[in-house]
Design a protein around this ligand. Structure first.
Ligand SMILES: CC(C)(COP(=O)(O)OP(=O)(O)OC[C@H]1O[C@@H](n2cnc3c(N)ncnc32)[C@H](O)[C@@H]1OP(=O)(O)O)[C@@H](O)C(=O)NCCC(=O)NCCS
Length: 172
């Protein structure tokens, strides 16, 4: 049985180890990580999935970012342990976190990833939104938490510098 729960500070080293296992070496050199430097993740949405023996099976984190004049949630990294992939754990983590995001003050979500996977959650390619280079524009995907939330939003994705909507993003 898999249980999904908010990531706590004591989960952090296990989550980092899982990400190291699941992603190519040097993952933190990716341009998307520059958006995370010195910015706390959004604690209320970042979650871990553990099995009945309390072993970490998967994890998802979110960061706040600015896109043009707007704010957005940056989804990721999300990863599932190689021995547990294909069981629906990734989908459960993503759906549960997006449900929480819908019931928060956030309006829109952005990620860099494979459209064939993320399309099932409602993500589609974002036009006119530029992630820090080098990023393949075909992998820049967005999801509206409120109807029309991406309609007028264009420009560069920038590191979070403050709470434009009056609510501070909260770290671990
Ligand atoms: C991507 C990942 C999080 C998916 O988690 P998961 O628990 O294995 O996924 P689910 O069980 O929810 O879904 C499995 C389905 O997704 C598909 N899928 C997984 N990764 C995919 C990808 N990159 N592109 C397209 N489809 C993908 C599988 O083929 C499977 O399809 P099916 O339902 O038709 O059989 C996991 O495979 C993982 O950790 N991969 C390594 C890290 C990574 O790439 N993270 C995402 C960064 S963009």
């Amino acid at each position: 049985m898999i249980t999904i729960a908010p990531e706590m500070p004591e989960d952090s080293w296990e989550v980092e180890a899982l990400y190291d296992l699941c992603f190519a070496p040097g993952r933190t050199a990716l341009s998307s990580y520059r958006l995370r430097d010195d910015v706390p993740p959004v604690r209320a949405l970042s979650q871990v999935a553990r099995d009945g023996d309390h072993i970490l099976a998967g994890a998802i984190r979110f960061w706040p970012v600015h896109v043009g004049e707007a704010d957005a949630l940056l989804l990721g990294p999300v990863a599932v342990h190689p021995t547990r992939q294909g069981e629906g754990i990734g989908a459960s983590l993503i759906r549960d976190s997006l449900w929480r995001a819908e019931h928060s003050h956030w309006d829109r979500v952005i990620l860099v990833g494979d459209a064939p996977y993320y399309r099932r959650f409602g993500f589609s390619r974002l036009e006119g939104v530029e992630m820090p280079p080098p990023t393949n524009p075909d992998r820049v995907l967005g999801l509206e938490l409120r109807p029309g939330a991406w309609a007028q939003v264009q420009g560069q994705v920038r590191r979070w510098t403050g709470a434009a909507q009056g609510e501070q993003a909260e770290g671990f």
